[in-house]
Design a protein around this ligand. Structure first.
Ligand code: PLP
Length: 397
């Protein structure tokens, strides 16, 4: 998945445009910038590639996820339904707004289980936030109809699945708003950065203002701009945007390499009858950043995971034992270890985590291995890696 494997001339050229003028900020300084507007250009590129009306860049994916909820009006005491298998940023983004993350099980898609989502809806629910983990998506059509029925917002965290599609639409563009991350290990990287995309013009305007202290961006005197509402600084710098611009132009190239390498690996592993591949919802196409599969039980999976490491096969994750991506190890959340006081509403809202179990998810995550698809290997190396994996799995099942 990582774009960092392909950092080169194109990235350097875009960055040098910015270094040559010294204007590292995305707004203002029109006279000095020699007509370079990397952040704006990157936003246009995202709009074109993903066929959406609006894109707004941000300083990180976490900021993007949080802002996607903020512009939809999610705040104090509101409940946001999210999966218990995701990166920690998902609940951080919700809690930044004083809202309550409601964690629910995942199914064999490794994303939100539709029945569990239905059961989790209360009068306080404001949004459903599927996270398209490891390159593939949630059942968006089912989630959309739940949202329509209950008047909820559908906010997609597409940070790990940029370039994937569902029913012909780019992931991130199916719901009301979608977010991407460009951190260093994502498919497209600019060091640190993120973006939201939306077709909702009101949300787009809110995003434009909110990410820059609430500035209304009217006229050409920044000091005289008004603040129609409160905002923060979640701006991206021109330097980061410049790298992102070079990378995004290569997204389709990255994905086609990923698809090729993914297919080699999948074909090899298909010989093993005990392996079941992750379910991709009908109408969906992954971005091929990971190959995900299930082994027969937890013990076998632990053994295979260890044997992979011992054999030097890196980048295959067993998330069951992982601190960052699965609820089992999120003790800082369960124990509400916060540097500052948390509101009573959120404390009360998170009490369920003391007792709630996630058996369905344990069943899938316990048996899942998620293998990163590398871009820079030769096909021969991918095949060698695949054969080694097959050998290890065959001797373990
Ligand atoms: C990476 C990631 C984020 C956050 O992105 P950052 O740019 O690292 O802040 C959010 N959600 C998911 C699912 C991610 O993988």
């Amino acid at each position: 998945m990582p774009g960092f494997e392909f950092f080169g001339e194109l990235e350097r050229k875009e960055v040098n445009d910015v270094l040559n003028t010294g204007v590292l900020m995305r707004y203002g300084f029109d006279g000095m910038r020699n007509n370079h507007w990397k952040a704006k250009e990157l936003e246009l590129e995202l709009q074109n590639q993903f066929q959406v009306k609006h894109a707004q860049l941000l300083s990180s994916g976490t900021a993007a996820v949080s802002m996607s909820l903020a512009i939809a009006g999610v705040g104090a005491g509101d409940e946001v339904i999210m999966p218990c298998f995701t990166f920690v940023a998902s609940f951080e983004a919700i809690m930044m707004l004083g809202a309550i993350p409601v964690l629910v099980d995942i199914d064999d898609t490794l994303t939100l289980d539709i029945d569990e989502v239905k059961k989790a809806i209360t009068l306080k629910t404001k949004a459903i936030m599927p996270v398209h983990m490891c390159g593939s998506m949630a059942n968006l059509q089912a989630l959309k109809s739940i949202c329509d029925k209950h008047h909820l917002v559908l906010v997609e965290d597409a940070c790990q699945a940029i370039g994937g599609t569902y029913q012909g639409k780019a992931l991130g563009s199916y719901g009301d708003v979608g977010s991407f991350s460009f951190d260093f290990v994502k498919t497209i990287t600019c060091g640190e950065g993120g973006a939201i995309i939306t077709n909702n013009s009101k949300y787009a305007q809110y995003a434009d203002h909110y990410s820059d202290h609430g500035h209304d961006h009217l006229g050409n005197d920044r000091g005289a701009e008004m603040h129609p509402f409160l905002g923060y600084n979640f701006r991206i710098s021109e330097l980061n945007a410049a790298v992102g611009l070079a990378q995004v132009k290569r997204l389709q190239e990255f994905i086609s390499i990923q698809k090729k390498h993914y297919t080699i690996l999948r074909d090899a592993l298909s010989q093993i009858p005990e392996i079941i591949f992750r379910t991709v919802p009908e109408g969906g196409e992954e971005n091929y950043s990971f190959l995900n599969f299930y082994l027969p039980d937890l013990e076998t999976t632990r053994n295979v995971s260890k044997a992979f490491k011992d054999a030097g096969i890196d980048g295959c994750f067993h998330y069951y034992d992982n601190n960052w991506h699965y609820v089992r190890k999120w003790n800082h959340l369960k124990d509400l270890k916060s540097l500052y006081p948390i509101s009573n509403e959120v404390k009360k809202g998170l009490k369920y985590l003391q007792t709630k179990t996630f058996e369905k998810s344990d069943f899938y995550i316990g048996r899942n291995l998620s293998c990163l698809i590398k871009l820079s290997c030769k096909e021969k190396e991918v095949l060698e890696r695949a054969n080694k994996m097959v050998e290890i799995i065959k001797s373990s099942v």
